[in-house]
Design a protein around this ligand. Structure first.
Ligand SMILES: Cc1cc2nc3c(=O)[nH]c(=O)nc-3n(C[C@H](O)[C@H](O)[C@H](O)COP(=O)(O)OP(=O)(O)OC[C@H]3O[C@@H](n4cnc5c(N)ncnc54)[C@H](O)[C@@H]3O)c2cc1C
Length: 300
């Protein structure tokens, strides 16, 4: 009887059941992945993986400890791009002055992710690959038209981050690949940037809805707008239909109404333990209206 009760309430995974190996270099890590594709899974900051371990649901047993790989920790700045290693933490993001001035939505997302311990350990690469629809940095990465580098022993390939998530936890990535870099095009001048995370608390709360939006106005009209939401669909989404509907529109009440209608048809929020579909829909359309209002005052 005691054994049955104990088994029912035993939460934590049994640590000796798991293997963690530390490759000597990025090349070594890629060779291990290539030799046994699907056997080894990367372990970066571990902030998502350890939660699954604690709940006793960590099914995969072999991990590759990529945390010490300095090759994945660099931030490079050229005239065209700001490139972040996949192991860039939320603390690293907030400390970088170019990111703060040119990509403020990413810095704000980093500052509103978890608490300080999570910000010191959680990585952008882990956030992308964990593929939660409620993740906070991906909306900013989508709105900044980020590109990601996937590397295997066959070489590295760059791909747009938009389109990388094809369905709930579905990624366009092979088992022998690592996410190695994330790059942001540096053409954000004169843009208005708007990031809002709505959760139960100011810190340590998973988003109910999150919006990253950026826009440029020319001659009173919307010249370019990018809108990306978290927690309103099975993946973090860029609302390309609403963006197209807003192109060349004059800012004002009619345009806000059009935006709300278009967004209602484009997102598919659900009921879950954190919120309801109807609340999410209402908040998402309110955030978009707030963005457009602030975009209008930004031009004046
Ligand atoms: C208390 C707490 C609060 C949190 N709050 C937030 C929050 O507010 N917002 C939010 O978005 N997230 C939050 N998280 C989730 C988590 O911290 C982030 O998703 C974090 O960025 C994950 O990064 P990591 O390096 O720890 O990933 P890990 O746990 O190491 O890995 C996550 C997944 O990504 C894979 N992976 C990691 N790096 C790579 C790579 N380079 N290439 C290929 N695969 C890779 C791993 O195999 C694993 O499947 C929170 C977590 C906790 C525990």
């Amino acid at each position: 009887m005691y054994a049955r009760v104990k088994a029912k309430f035993l939460m934590r995974g049994n640590v000796p059941d798991y293997q963690l190996t530390t490759p000597a270099s990025l090349a070594d890590a890629l060779t291990i992945l290539a030799n046994e594709p699907g056997v080894w899974k990367p372990f970066a900051g571990g902030t998502d993986l350890m939660v699954v371990l604690e709940s006793g649901n960590l099914r995969h047993h072999n991990y590759l400890n990529i945390w010490p790989l300095n090759e994945l920790r660099q931030i490079e700045i050229t005239d065209s791009y700001l490139t972040l290693g996949a192991l860039t933490t939320y603390t690293d993001v907030q400390s970088n002055s170019v990111l703060r001035s040119e990509f403020p939505m990413l810095c704000q997302a980093a500052g509103e992710t978890g608490g300080l311990a999570i910000q010191n350990r959680g990585t952008l690469g882990g956030n992308i690959i964990n593929a939660s629809p409620a993740a906070d940095s991906p909306p900013a990465l989508l709105a900044y038209e980020a590109e990601i580098e996937l590397t295997s022993t066959s070489g590295a390939r760059w791909t747009a981050y938009y389109g990388f998530h094809t369905g709930y936890k579905q990624l366009q990535m092979r088992a022998d690949e690592l996410l190695t870099k994330i790059r942001l095009p540096r053409s954000q001048t004169n843009r208005f940037h708007y990031y809002r995370k709505v959760g139960t608390r100011k810190a340590q709360a998973i988003s109910k809805v999150c919006l990253a939006a950026t826009g440029v106005i020319k001659d009173q009209r919307i010249d370019d707008v990018r809108i990306a939401f978290g927690s309103v669909a099975p993946i973090v989404i860029r609302c390309v239909k609403t963006e197209a509907a807003l192109k060349n529109q004059l800012l004002g009440n009619d345009t806000t109404k059009l935006a709300r209608e278009s967004l209602r048809n484009e997102i598919k929020p659900i009921d879950d333990i954190r919120s309801t579909a109807s609340y999410r829909l209402q908040v998402a359309t309110n955030l978009l209206a707030d963005f457009l209002e602030k975009l209008q005052s930004h031009q004046n």
